[in-house]
Design a protein around this ligand. Sequence first.
Ligand code: F6R
Length: 643
Amino acid sequence: MNVEIANYNKIEYQKAGKFEEARYEKIHNVIFKSSVEASTVVAQEIASLIREKASLNQTCVLGLATGSSPIKVYEELVRMHKEEGLSFANVITFNLDEYFPMEKTNIQSYFYFMHEHLFNHVDILPENINIPNGSLESEDIYQYCIDYEMKIKAAGGLDFQLLGIGRTGHIGFNEPGSHLNSGTRLITLDHLTRVDAAPAFLGVDNVPRKAVTMGIGTVREAKRIVLLGWGLNKAEILKKTIEGKVTSDVPATYLQQHNNTTFVIDSEASSELTRIKTPWLVTSCIWSEKLKLKAVVWLSELLNKPILKLTDKDYNDNGMSGLLAEEGASYNLNIKMFNKLQHTITGWPGGKPNADDSNRPERAHPSKKRVLIFSPHPDDDVISMGGTFDRLVEQGHEVHVAYQTSGNIAVSDEEALKFAEISKELNPNSEKINDIIDFIQAKKGNDIVDSIPVRKLKGSIRKSESLAAIRYLGLKDENVHFLNLPFYETGTIKKGKITQSDIAITCNLIDTIKPNQIYAAGDLADPHGTHKVCLDILFIAIGSLKNNLYMNDCWVWLYRGAWHEWESYEIDMAVPMSPDQVLRKRHAIFYHQSQKDGVMFQGGDSREFWVRVEDRNRLTAKKYNDLGLADYAAIEAFKRYHF
Ligand code: F6R
């Protein structure tokens, strides 16, 4: 390590998280199991600083960030204010950035965000709050930015700076190309940053192109910096930032030169770090069976060689001599790992009746299983496991599907208007339909929340699309369950908190069906996204039901959402699809017409869902084939969740 960390901070974080002085790493970082746990520790550091300063009769100057990363930190600070008397009376804040142009009253503004998440709930003096102004006249910006810098200096400089990180490597809105000594200024947002902000603006076209941001120089002057990073989406940029060389291409790498910075990250966000991804390159390992498989798959992919062709020399040359010593010879290890992968493959996702199942991913008994597929949105089932779904129905299992949310947010106004106008043709005098049409036609800004009837119409559109898809797969309507979980029904991108009623609805369904198999979306890319919330609800429900006898007989399989796939070494069940099944799956996805032709929440990948998913299933099959296994057209992958 070439940085010196204040002892207090280092020890506090190490007590709570996992920290190792690691080769390759140039920034002190601590890994936590979950972002909730991590946020609590960060909030504690901020609270201690505020209290310490208050005891000395000093002000505490905080640099604050917005976005999804700091939300839980603010939540915890608000809790401490309400329950533990933490006062913000001595706190002065400077926010990092604001979109431009942007009115304070707009719900997408960072001004709104900060008040909603923190300032409205604590005793900070309004005159101590500083957030860059997004509604200046262009000619006033230059002077305004100089004044913002001066104001920070006049307050005594930043005692503590909280940061998130963008996938471009930005901190604040200092996009690639930003200079080490840059100050507060107007910048142009990177396209990727705008794509990532698109959901909050209901489409990338509505995201402002510019922002006012503190500079790298401003941030670097803070006495203490903590950067938060959650979820798989941040894993790649965090590796570059922590392990790469300092470069303006990844502005966050400038933090390598700051002597009191800690990155606080969760386990998904840490997954690309060398010490996590390939620990054998960093240290001597304790070789669990899982780690062995991970290492052998990695070596095979690195050398472009099927597993059965890896030699002793290959292992020795790539940091795995310890593993080889433990296993005796590459020959034995290769066969063992090859068989492990081979045994994940099955055309019988519900188990093969009357077959020896000792080397199969699923049990043979009961031969007819009750299967419950949880789908966060009304199309995740067919997108992520359409082929397996088809197989399960065809192989005679009692398949149920539960749509956890209505998915209404993702239906565009144009699509809703089309259906409203058709309804009007049939019911020319319906007041309700006329109201819906009037509402949609009058809607201008993207910060207007849909009326309840419009939301209902949008939900119904998705409902009928999913019914069409499951009928095509041969499922009866009575086996479909629309849960409409309440946490989702806010009418906005920002969802409500999980409540008892979300959990009760989920528990009831499981308790009624008493499934032998549950399938669910194990999506970890976005820790605040709907998929993750749905998964959290399901895990809580399973946790509370697990002492019921029928749960002893229930296996849980996780599929990944539309964006990622499990790594080959993580897969516990691989279900191959024939070319014909790939086409059937495509057809089932086509029923979700409101999600075709450029959906509202496209993400960074402009391909349609069916194209993306076909590529992904083909790639999984190719990876298996490259490892030396049979050559399939496509594979859907699942990981077992042990509760
Ligand atoms: C926000 C900011 C940005 C975000 C970054 C990550 O004030 O300055 O740098 O921290 O874009 O955003 P989230 O946390 O939403 O992933």
